[in-house]
Design a protein around this ligand. Sequence first.
Ligand SMILES: Cc1cc2nc3c(=O)[nH]c(=O)nc-3n(C[C@H](O)[C@H](O)[C@H](O)COP(=O)(O)OP(=O)(O)OC[C@H]3O[C@@H](n4cnc5c(N)ncnc54)[C@H](O)[C@@H]3O)c2cc1C
Length: 534
Amino acid sequence: MTTATLFDYPVPAAGKAASGTPPAIRRIVIVGGGTAGWMTALIFARSLIERGVQITLLESPTVPTVGVGEGSTPWLRGFFDMLGIEEAQWMPACQATYKCGIAFEGWSTKPGFERYFHPFASMLDNMTMTQFVHNAEARVNGANVHAHPDRFFIAARLAARRRAPKARENFPFDIWHAYHFDATLLGQFLHKAALARGVRYKSCHVTHATVGADGAIASISTREGETMTADLFVDCTGFSGLLIEKALKVPFISFADNLFNDAAVAIPSPIGESIPSETVSTAMKCGWTWKIPLTNRYGNGYVYSTRYCAPDAAETELRQHLGLLDSNVAARHLRMRVGRVTRHWHKNCLAVGLSQGFIEPLEATALMFIQLTGTVFLEFLGQGDLSDDAQERFNVRLNGHFEGIRDYIVTHYRTNTRTDTGYWRDNAGNSNLSDNLQKLYATWMAGKSIVPGLRAQVIGHGYPIVSWYAIMSGMGIFPDAHDLRPPSAQEARYDMTKIDDLLERSVGNYLDHGEALERIPPRREGPSLQLYLW
Ligand SMILES: Cc1cc2nc3c(=O)[nH]c(=O)nc-3n(C[C@H](O)[C@H](O)[C@H](O)COP(=O)(O)OP(=O)(O)OC[C@H]3O[C@@H](n4cnc5c(N)ncnc54)[C@H](O)[C@@H]3O)c2cc1C
């Protein structure tokens, strides 16, 4: 049995603090008051403030936050659970909705695979994973069995019926769900929560950092005339990377050779009475759109590559897609820098959030990475080892996760079968793939199981088995329908009607999404955060 490798990363139980804070870190200054700054402040505050560590967050009064980022992974649930903040407290304040997963529309042109759902795992999925993997492997080997992921997972069925990933009280199966939320409101909520937990706050603009002879940050200076020292500086200054890149000159590695998108345009649209419980990602001419339901509006955006499409054309295409061509609702254009720094922790500086890197928002992984960085840093701090060697191990670990997520995102593009634009053709033909990804594809195409490689974390680092099978099967990476043969008795051993029956009976035990949002159910205690998928 292997734990899902990404979404169930063990979040420390609420109230438990990391031990052994070394006296070397008594003062932490976080520069930046976006989501990264406030999430890091809260993660650190929970473990360190009661040990006498002073945490101060500085935020420029003139540089705005990025103001987007409305989707999440199930890690966000772990974040609020860890802080002991109930959904009923934060969700209404942030116009938040539940998210069962992401529907991908139009990425594949293979008949029957034009749409698939990437589900968040449920305990129930343990009962259908074996069947799904069995069928997917039989189909890669040419057997005509059902292998589209949507029929095997409860989350896909819930989303299709606009139900919440919230079971009625007497139903014991939990779903490791995520949320959609208003990014600005979430920032405000976290700001207040952090102040209430003892984080200090100053509105000031950092103009520069002085680097000492040892290569560490000696102090930072502000436009308001203050100079500050600290034992640890956390760079949460967004894409500008003020400390990690500008002051410490840590190199940045661009991912442009296999992730082409570098811009986005966002436009809100009205939402009706019935609110979905999924993000929809639709393939466009030169990228894809997100459609994220909040309680008061949809957040929409088109993520595209400026190499293939000018911003004006992207905006027009998005407006057309939304039926807002004649509307004067304002569009917001953003540029994205996709890649990562080589070292997230360097000397006395930790980069968190967009300053450490960004993989485009296709799977909404950025907040999860913020959490991962803060949590793993606390783990190292708890061991009292801040040496160069410890920093190296930390950076290798984080870079491994970053590259694993990158591989997963690249797979969306590499496996597309669209031929309508140069953008999609170039993505499908792109041979800039990591060794791990090449091994994964070669294993799949050879009709062998990718499970052993995923379990050993030799391939597909960072994403659980369910996700890899969902994407490869969901995109229809199988022989063409006319090349399929009748299955053997062994290949056809799972009866799809039994799977349908089990999951359909279960669907009725989950709340209607609207109902769940009106009376947000109380948090369930218990071992639900550990999901064992195989
Ligand atoms: C188009 C797009 C869509 C996205 N979608 C998602 C998504 O669905 N899910 C997800 O998880 N993530 C998403 N993200 C990423 C997500 O928005 C960010 O990871 C998250 O908001 C954290 O940003 P940040 O705090 O690092 O940076 P920012 O929000 O840019 O904050 C930077 C902060 O630094 C401060 N600052 C800057 N310079 C100075 C200075 N000199 N002195 C003092 N303060 C300074 C600013 O005032 C600001 O407070 C998306 C990003 C983009 C671009």
